[in-house]
Design a protein around this ligand. Structure first.
Ligand code: UD1
Ligand code: UDP
Length: 373
């Protein structure tokens, strides 16, 4: 039996690896072990519950307002110990978080092969996203199997010297997770904690907001809040719903600047099913999230991306995403345009699937069967 382990630590990694874990469990030729660093605690546990994944090993690393260096150092040490005990043949990592870089380094030091899911995303700007651009570049040079979501991602890897035969274009596993969740919420609409049913079903239009990027801390978040505050005054019939990330660098300024606006609803981070349901109900999504840029096109929702650069140009090319940065006036005019100008809105709503059709997991699992057995 081939021993494979999955290492992840944050909400998006869990969402994007869950379909692969669930599918691989159906193959008795592989012995699976799930190790979570718990770089995130509550937000990770929310996802584990939805997909019914019980980690075999939980390193429980999260500390309030943790620093990049502390988390990285601690994760490498603890993962090194884990790899020495478990001795897997292959380690799966996903994306570009601290957990991904730490797990890749620790696996490499133990001469264990690494499979990288969502390989090849690049902005070519090491300050944005920070520190993720460097995490993923380094991981690409350590990993052995590269599951790229798109042809653009594949070509980024080839230009950096990654051998073409080690790359497989699969689509993004987030679409597999999204389709699974969408099916459930369409049949059985979940409660959305913090939001009354009347709001979800009312004529009033929902603008859904998320934001957590480190490069937006400080001035960026202040600008975003100032823009939301003016928009909420101007569009009093709309609800601006913002599930707040648990990072104190996000919560403090957002609570302080937007806490007393009637039609801005600041709520706790949502579990995946209610969040997907809320996306289906939203008119516009305003975000700096990576995963949401991939999910929204599949749902036909316009996404305004509060970043200056994106590693996901496919959605911008498809016309469903637009970069608006963190400039207050830019955010206000882009949201206003979409609310006031129906033809502008329609242009951004065509459902498209630049990130896959829900078969990424099957492609990854088939490739393992061909490569490892
Ligand atoms: C991390 C990832 C980022 C990813 C994001 C997804 C890095 C460097 N950053 O950023 O790439 O897009 O997760 O959301 O890996 N916290 C809690 N409970 C939780 C989660 C976070 O209290 O469940 C708080 C803690 O105070 C923690 C802080 O948020 O110290 C920051 O968490 P961390 O994982 O370091 O950074 P994120 O900004 O969440
Ligand atoms: N998400 C969620 N609950 C929320 C906000 C987001 O389940 O309250 C999901 C979202 O659908 C997407 C993922 O979390 O799949 C994105 O995570 P995040 O924005 O934290 O990280 P990023 O994708 O930017 O790395």
């Amino acid at each position: 039996m081939k021993k494979i382990c999955f290492v992840f630590g944050t909400r998006p990694e869990a969402i994007k690896l869950a379909p692969v874990i669930i599918e691989l469990r159906k193959h008795p030729e592989f012995e699976l072990n799930v190790c979570v660093t718990a770089q995130h605690r509550e937000m990770l546990d929310q996802v584990l519950d939805v997909f019914d994944i019980k980690p075999d090993v939980d390193l429980n690393l999260m500390k309030p307002d943790q620093t990049l260096s502390n988390l990285t150092a601690e994760a490498i040490l603890r993962l090194d110990e884990y790899f020495k005990n478990y001795k897997p043949e292959l380690v799966f990592v996903q994306g570009d978080t601290t957990t991904v870089l730490a797990a890749s380094l620790a696996a490499f030091y133990n001469k264990i092969k690494i499979a990288h899911v969502e390989a090849g995303l690049r902005t070519f700007d090491k300050s944005a996203p920070f520190p993720e651009e460097i995490n993923r570049v380094l991981t690409s040079h350590i990993a052995d199997l590269h599951f790229a979501p798109t042809e653009i991602a594949k070509s980024n890897l080839i230009k950096e010297g990654v051998p073409e035969k080690s790359i497989l274009v699969t689509g993004n596993t987030v679409i597999d997770a999204l389709l699974y969740a969408k099916d459930i919420v369409c049949k059985n609409p979940p409660e959305v904690p913090g939001i009354k049913k009347e709001i979800l079903n009312a004529e009033k239009q929902i603008i859904l907001i998320t934001g957590h990027r480190r490069e937006n801390f400080g001035e960026g978040f202040e600008n975003i809040c100032a823009a939301l505050s003016e928009l909420a005054d101007e569009f009093r019939d709309n609800y601006f719903i913002y599930p707040l990330h648990l990072n104190p660098n996000v919560r403090k300024p957002v609570n302080a600047l937007l806490g007393n606006k009637k039609n801005i609803l600041l709520i706790e981070p949502l579990s995946y099913l209610p969040f997907v349901y809320l996306m289906t109900k939203a008119k516009i999504i305003l975000t700096d999230s990576g995963g949401i840029q991939e999910e929204a096109p599949s749902l036909g929702k316009p996404v305004l991306v509060m970043r200056d650069v994106t590693e996901r140009p496919e959605a911008v090319e498809a016309g469903t995403a637009k970069l608006v940065g963190t400039n207050k006036l830019n955010i206000i005019s882009s949201v206003s345009d979409l609310i006031n100008n129906n033809s502008e809105y329609q242009k951004m709503t065509s459902a498209s699937n630049p990130y896959g059709d829900g078969y990424a997991t099957i492609k990854i699992v088939n490739s393992l069967i061909n490569n490892l057995l």
